[in-house]
Design a protein around this ligand. Structure first.
Ligand code: FUC
Length: 780
């Protein structure tokens, strides 16, 4: 975008040094345990603070002279509706299988590359809208600077004082009114000046429309030969109290105001993955007309109420130290060497905050960066990588009492189930549906990114377990009925796709891989990796259970059960480890410390392997984890914490957590570092906090299964457990004190704490409190 020339009186102090911020700072107010706060503005994106309402995202830098608010709208992706299915790919399937079973893995890889990959072979990227740039005319030299993100109110606030005037800026993104709201105020009248403009790397123009309305309008960009087909718009309405308001060609200018409120609407022409005919201008006008009819206080009040409806469902206290009063970036920088249990609690609640802010019902599912991205080509396209990342994004939603936030994921799975039917047919000659290791807003399902990354047909199957989990946490049979065809279609695909391997006759996936780990042959391509067998055991089990609950498909359920019985078993290899592949290739794999720990899916998120029922396999999984090592990229580290929690080793889990929360894996704004930023580690790490505190599956609840010594006393309230059970828990000096459970439905559940077990019979909605004292469990 061309440089805006008309800056009038606001040019003043732009060049002033950042060092000016904080000069003469006085004592800072104490931080609440639910606040991220800083003494200086952000200078880079990973210091800026995230706001969002599921659909709209914003990153607030908090500059004094110049504020940047980077903007996102969750349907602004590159390209347009497209069909990447490789028609006739199935013609190569038999030969690929022959090559794999003959041990000619590189040749199989080459043939897949040549004849079975998606066209185009890469998917579309999630894209930025651009930035709102505000120039305030206030010099950088100020005192009492503070910027914060209050997780409890979902409001970002910037405060500073200059020349005896105290300035306040508040920013939030309302889920109620669908606008970004910025308010600038000062404690003396007539002090506010503002120059507002848009800036974007997209093909877009900026125009002033009517009084005080600035409009950024453009198109997305094409990628990989897929044409740009979206129109998008961001529309800003400025309301000033007092002072003078003017407009240039491409900017708004306000001088001498008492208060300024900016309302920003954003929309694109996206309707569905196959329909881009929406009118963003009409949508934005309607949103702004409605929002402009409300006072700032009313907008704020409604926003906070809706946010707190979700956010306040869970509270957590892991204890606190003096470090908890430091600015958040300081705490992160010290966290690997000093105890700061409240930082783990903050990280947990930040995870819940990010889920609420990036995945509300009716919006797009949270991608690799949630709803936040400042680029046209985001890292890995900012899309949905479903060989771990998207699943990890949603691990915390159900137990963290944000069940409705899974709505966008459910919508995504329903879409890919439709699109994946053609992929199943054309690539494998199979019924049902399939999705490989990635998808995007256009719901592409064919293999992408090179054979050795993309030829993994289990992505859709893994996502199906999330639909089942939603049922387990809610007991919602109508939901189960609605998604049953999706589950059935996924199972149907594998009934057709599985093939008997020559050595034992086990049914295996082929071609596939253990994501994204290269075995000694120099490719990832193989048959029957452990993870696939584990995912399929879960998929087949849940499909049979769903069919039984819904009293349908008896014959099909029998077929699936019979197919499941022929899957390759988990195997223990020569190092005492859980084998990652059908053959014991683990010791010769290319990267012994690889970030993916795919074969440990059975331990977590699944519980097929656990220390109670399958102790030998659990010990083998532990051995694999030890060999893999504790430190990985952000999400790899987060996965490891959950696994150690499932192994009942709280201290080890906590050690890995310290690494996740340290400056190598957590940016100053608390975003997870893959690096670069990927949000999965935030969600996975937050889930790990819950896994350390309480676990529940198959009618068994296990309080404090992996409590680390670092969190001796604490409490958590409002958690949800499988079986539709709510849990509040208190512990002291490393021992359970009380556990209050409330079941949605009549149920019998065993509570297992250390070596004791109690059978509880629930009546729907009637709480049962367990007490633990002097080493014994009792019902209050
Ligand atoms: C998988 C991972 C990468 C990255 C990408 C988005 O391919 O192996 O590390 O997280 O997803």
């Amino acid at each position: 975008m061309p440089h805006v020339t008309r800056r009038a009186a606001l040019q003043l102090s732009v060049a002033a040094s950042l060092a000016g911020v904080g000069a003469g700072a006085q004592a800072q107010p104490a931080a609440s345990p639910l606040t991220l706060w800083y003494k200086t503005p952000a200078t880079v994106w990973t210091e800026a603070l995230p706001l969002g309402n599921g659909r709209l995202g914003a990153m607030v830098y908090g500059g004094v002279t110049r504020e940047e608010i980077q903007l996102n709208e969750d349907t602004l992706w590159a390209g347009g509706p497209y069909d990447p299915v490789h028609k006739g790919a199935v013609a190569n399937l038999a030969e690929v299988r022959r090559l794999i079973f003959a041990g000619q893995y590189l040749e199989a890889d080459a043939l897949i590359e040549k004849g079975m990959m998606a066209q185009p072979e890469r998917q579309m990227s999630y894209q930025t809208v651009g930035s709102l740039r505000l120039t305030t005319g206030v010099s950088q030299m100020c005192s009492d600077y503070r910027r914060e993100l209050d997780l409890d109110r979902a409001v970002c606030t910037v405060n500073y004082t200059q020349d005896g005037v105290a300035y306040t800026r508040e920013v939030f993104v309302s889920p109620v009114d669908q606008v970004l709201v910025v308010r600038l105020s000062a404690d003396k009248p007539g002090c506010l000046n503002l120059h507002a403009e848009y800036d974007t790397p997209q093909r877009a123009g900026v125009a002033v429309e009517e009084a005080q309305t600035l409009v950024l309008k453009g198109t997305n960009t094409g990628q990989q030969g897929i044409d740009a087909s979206l129109v998008y718009e961001s529309r800003l309405l400025a309301r000033a109290t007092g002072g003078k308001s003017e407009a240039g060609d491409r900017e708004l200018l306000i001088t001498g105001a008492d208060e300024i409120v900016l309302l920003v609407a954003m929309a694109t022409s996206f309707k569905t993955w196959h329909d881009v005919s929406a009118d963003p201008t009409a949508a934005n006008k309607a949103v702004l007309t409605a929002a402009a009819g409300k006072s700032y206080d009313d907008l704020l009040k409604a926003h906070i109420a809706e946010h707190q409806r979700l956010f306040r469902r869970v509270s957590i206290d892991l204890g606190s130290t003096d470090d908890a009063t430091d600015p958040t970036d300081v705490r992160i920088s010290k966290s690997m060497t000093r105890p700061d249990p409240a930082l783990s609690a903050l990280y947990y609640q930040f995870g819940r905050y990010l889920m609420i802010s990036s995945s509300r019902p009716g919006t797009q599912a949270a991608g690799l960066q949630g709803v936040w991205n400042d680029k046209l080509n985001a890292p890995w396209g900012g899309k949905y990588t479903i060989n771990i990342n998207t699943e990890m994004n949603y691990w915390l939603a159900e137990p963290g009492n944000l069940s409705e936030c899974t709505g966008p994921l459910v919508d995504l799975v329903k879409d890919i189930a439709r699109r994946g039917e053609e992929t199943a047919r054309e690539h494998y000659g199979a019924r049902g549906w399939v999705c490989h290791h990635n998808t995007d807003i256009w719901r592409a399902t064919a293999p992408v990114d090179a054979a050795k990354y993309g030829q993994w047909p289990l992505g859709g199957a893994w996502l199906c377990t999330h639909l089942w989990e939603h049922y387990l946490f809610t007991g919602d049979t109508a939901f189960l009925k609605d998604v049953y065809p999706v589950l059935k279609g996924a199972s149907q695909f594998f009934v057709d796709f599985l093939v008997a391997e020559p050595k034992h006759g086990w049914l295996v996936t082929c071609p596939s891989m253990s994501p994204e780990h290269t075995h000694a042959a120099g490719t990832m391509i193989c048959a029957g990796p452990t993870m696939d067998n584990q995912i399929l055991r879960d998929l087949f089990d849940l499909t049979v259970k769903a069919a039984n609950i819904l009293k349908t498909d008896k014959a099909f359920a029998k077929t699936i059960a019979a197919t499941r019985a022929r899957l390759a078993p988990d195997q223990i290899g020569a190092q005492g480890q859980l084998q990652e592949w059908l053959e014991d290739w683990d010791a010769t794999a290319v990267d012994l410390h690889h970030r993916h720990v795919s074969h440990l899916y059975g331990l977590f998120p699944s519980h097929q392997i656990n220390i109670h029922d399958t102790p030998e396999l659990a010990a083998a999984a532990r051995r694999s984890l030890e060999i893999r090592g504790d430190q990985a990229t952000g999400w790899g580290t987060a996965w490891r914490i959950n696994l150690w929690a499932r192994l009942g080793d709280g201290d080890h889990a906590h050690e890995v957590m310290r690494f996740l929360l340290g400056p190598e894996r957590t940016y100053p704004n608390m975003f997870d570092a893959h690096p670069p930023f990927q949000i999965d580690g935030n969600f996975g790490g937050a889930n790990a906090v819950m896994e350390m505190l309480i676990q529940a599956w198959d009618g068994r609840i296990m309080p404090l299964p992996a409590l680390p010594g670092a969190w001796p006393s604490g409490s958590i309230a409002g958690l949800r457990l499988r079986g539709g059970i709510g849990a509040d828990m208190v512990w002291r000096t490393g021992e359970l004190v009380s556990l209050r459970l409330t079941s949605n439905a009549a149920a019998t559940v065993a509570v297992q704490y250390k070596d004791q077990s109690l059978l509880l019979k629930f009546k729907a909605g009637v709480p049962v409190t367990l007490l633990h004292s002097a080493g014994s469990l009792s019902i209050a």
